[in-house]
Design a protein around this ligand. Structure first.
Ligand SMILES: Nc1ncnc2c1ncn2[C@@H]1O[C@H](COP(=O)(O)OP(=O)(O)OP(=O)(O)O)[C@@H](O)[C@H]1O
Ligand SMILES: [Mg+2]
Length: 231
């Protein structure tokens, strides 16, 4: 489904050069649930930004759903994001003055989906995360865990093939974090949604079927959990 081929990302020039990513190659198949781990500054968010078509590498190739992202311009990448990717962030990133329903509808507005279908699909997505009863609440009227569930509804409402999550449980207590992970696991298993998630917490990474660890801009290890369990 996606493939990074010898991707490097370099910030700064001359002595100030930082290799945020240094010759990273990675293949992820459809339906995988991958946790990305590693110390602070190891390149996890840089990799996620490239995978999410939000940023471009300094060198290397990125193939997503069979298309070469490295050759696309900004507009083409935006289109790809809008139709095929869902994003979940540590800080939820909901619009404060709008209701849960309107927040979930937003990606469909960008897609030009008409109002009736929009409402229906946004309500269905809220139901999937167990929040149909909170549709008219604003983010400030929801708990952290509920806000993150609204963000998940927003990420899945466009029926993307891939969800990219950068520390989705970073602002939640561990019980709330586990609820979010159970929801992501369910979407992965039942809807075949591929998930790539950055986390610092081994407990959260445990929900994934594969763990990729970054150190100093390189992939240090890449472990399939099934293989691990058998050992
Ligand atoms: N815009 C930028 N300009 C210069 N250097 C950057 C920029 N963004 C990231 N870096 C550097 O690239 C490296 C990788 O950063 P990145 O944000 O990918 O780390 P991370 O693994 O996500 O860390 P954390 O766990 O703290 O979120 C770091 O050394 C960082 O300082
Ligand atoms: Mg980061």
């Amino acid at each position: 489904m996606l493939e990074l081929r010898h991707i490097s990302k370099v910030y700064g020039v001359d002595e100030a050069q930082v290799f945020a990513l240094n010759d990273v190659s990675l293949t992820v198949a459809k339906g995988e649930f991958v946790a990305v781990m590693g110390p602070s500054g190891s390149g996890k968010s840089t990799a996620m930004n490239i995978l999410g078509c939000l940023d471009t590498p300094t060198s290397g190739q990125y193939l997503l759903f069979g298309s070469e992202v490295s050759g696309m311009d900004r507009d083409q990448r935006a289109l790809l994001r809008r139709h095929f990717l869902g994003f979940i962030f540590q800080g939820f990133n909901l619009l404060a003055r709008t209701t849960a329903l309107e927040n979930v509808e937003l990606p469909l507005i960008y897609q030009g989906v008409e109002v009736e279908e929009r409402r229906e699909r946004a309500m269905a997505a809220l139901a999937k995360v167990g929040l149909e009863g909170r549709a008219s609440h604003r983010p400030s009227e929801l708990s952290g865990g509920q806000q993150q569930r609204v963000a998940i509804a927003r990420a899945i409402v466009t029926r993307p093939g891939l969800i990219l999550a950068d520390e989705p449980t970073g602002n939640l207590d561990s019980a709330r974090g586990r609820e979010i992970m159970e929801l992501l696991t369910q979407l992965n298993r039942e809807e075949g949604l591929s998930v790539l998630m950055v986390t610092h917490e081994p407990d959260m990474a445990d929900y994934a079927s594969r763990i990729v660890t970054f150190v100093d801009g390189r992939i240090q290890c890449d472990v399939l959990k099934g293989a691990n369990d058998a050992a």
